[in-house]
Ligand binder design. Structure first.
Ligand SMILES: Cc1ncc(COP(=O)(O)O)c(C=O)c1O
Length: 378
């Protein structure tokens, strides 16, 4: 079955009790037990809810994993995965990781004795040389946010496996339609499902998918301890969003490519970052490991003032934090997604005050280009 078909036929799309073709929202906190010694399949909705189970099974099928776990946000999913590690452990994390993950690692997990080294994972030698005797995991984002740098998932996961490290990939930008890290050797995939999976700017959610049942059980155990579950209504919204993932992603990336190509020709634009452009340094590598470049384009204007002019001058995209929605979202990474990163660090990574990130929505590409054009030439 091709992915677009599997999206609608995951095997869990029908409610097993009623046959409803949309799994109902089981708005319930607890479940009647048959007797003291005979609980039913579900006992308490922090530990499990049928609507959540359907979503968790669907994402596990789509990512090619053994278990899915649905959380109240992407950060809840990521923090729960990071809670697999303990005092004295060392983690290797890609240097331009999402700002919230950077904050959790440097301001929270460090207090529990978990140490992190941020490395440029686009060069496998950097990964090899940063591994220590206490290194336990390798955490990747590819394409990275917001510069869209590419890490070779298979190559990195091979190195990690040789050293018994768990490989974790944040697959938010790609979704399983475009990239399936577990098939490339990763052990855990995390998502801010708030983004393309939900797709409509109406739900905050996170998903984890593990390759092995053992890791899945460990993550589910942590979820049951912390309780950062996704509510049934939001699970339903995500399942609804997932059904149109393919058609949305196809359109997002078609328009994103048109916009990236147009941006490259504009004299006010200094640099365009998009893995669908042939001159992206890792165009070929990305093509090998993913089925498309996705819907996010970043670009650096020639001056900081020009960047502000564009951000304030566009009329169609919303100026907002977030990405991956039906409407285009324009953002300023230094003050938004990467505000939690110290300014010196941002500068080192090329996240300057002239950088703009656009999550290309489902509006007509010509309208978006005309809008960017008027904002640049005001
Ligand atoms: C790549 C990436 N990972 C994780 C997150 C965190 O997800 P959430 O906002 O759903 O907690 C985000 C949010 O922007 C993100 O862009």
């Amino acid at each position: 079955m091709k992915f677009g078909t599997r999206l609608l036929h995951t095997g869990v799309e029908i409610d097993p009790t009623t046959g409803a073709v949309s799994v109902p929202i089981y708005q319930v906190s607890t479940f009647d037990q048959i007797s003291l010694d005979e609980p039913r399949e579900y006992d308490y909705a922090r530990s499990g809810n049928p609507t959540r189970t359907a979503l968790e099974q669907a994402i596990a099928v789509l990512e090619g994993g053994s278990r899915g776990v649905a959380f109240g946000s992407g950060m809840a999913a990521i923090s729960s995965v990071l809670s697999l590690f303990s005092q004295g452990d060392h983690l290797l994390v890609c240097e331009d990781v999402y700002g919230g993950t950077y904050r959790a690692l440097t301001k929270l997990f460090v207090n529990f004795g978990i140490e992190t080294t941020f490395v440029d994972t686009t060069n496998p030698e950097n990964i090899k040389s940063a591994i220590r005797s206490n290194t336990k995991a390798l955490y990747l984002e590819t394409p990275s946010n917001p510069i869209l740098k590419i890490t070779d998932i298979k190559g990195a996961a091979d190195i990690a496996r040789e050293h018994n490290l768990v490989t974790i990939v944040d697959n938010t930008f790609m979704t399983p339609y475009l990239q399936r890290p577990l098939e490339l050797g990763a052990d855990i995939v995390v998502h801010s499902a708030t983004k393309f999976l939900g797709g409509h700017s109406d739900v905050i959610a996170g998903l984890v998918v593990t390759k092995t049942p053992k890791l899945g059980n460990q993550v589910a155990f942590i979820q049951n301890c912390f309780g950062a579950i996704l509510g049934p209504q939001d699970c339903w919204l995500l399942m609804r969003g997932l059904k149109t993932l393919k058609v949305r992603m196809d359109q997002h990336q078609k328009s994103a490519l048109a916009i990236a190509r147009w941006l490259k020709e504009q004299p006010q634009v200094d640099k365009v970052y998009y893995p669908g452009l042939e001159d992206h340094p890792d165009f070929e590598l990305h093509k090998q490991q993913a089925d498309g470049p996705g819907g996010i384009v970043s670009f650096a204007m020639k001056t900081d003032e020009l960047a502000k002019q564009v951000l304030h001058g566009v009329k169609i995209p919303v100026l907002a934090v977030s990405l991956g929605a039906v409407e285009s979202i324009i953002s300023f990474p230094p003050k938004m997604s990467h505000a939690a990163m110290p300014p010196e660090r941002r500068k080192e990574l090329g996240i300057g005050d002239n950088l703009i990130r656009i999550s290309v929505g489902l509006e007509e590409a010509e309208d978006l280009i005309a809008d960017l054009n008027q904002a640049m030439n005001r």
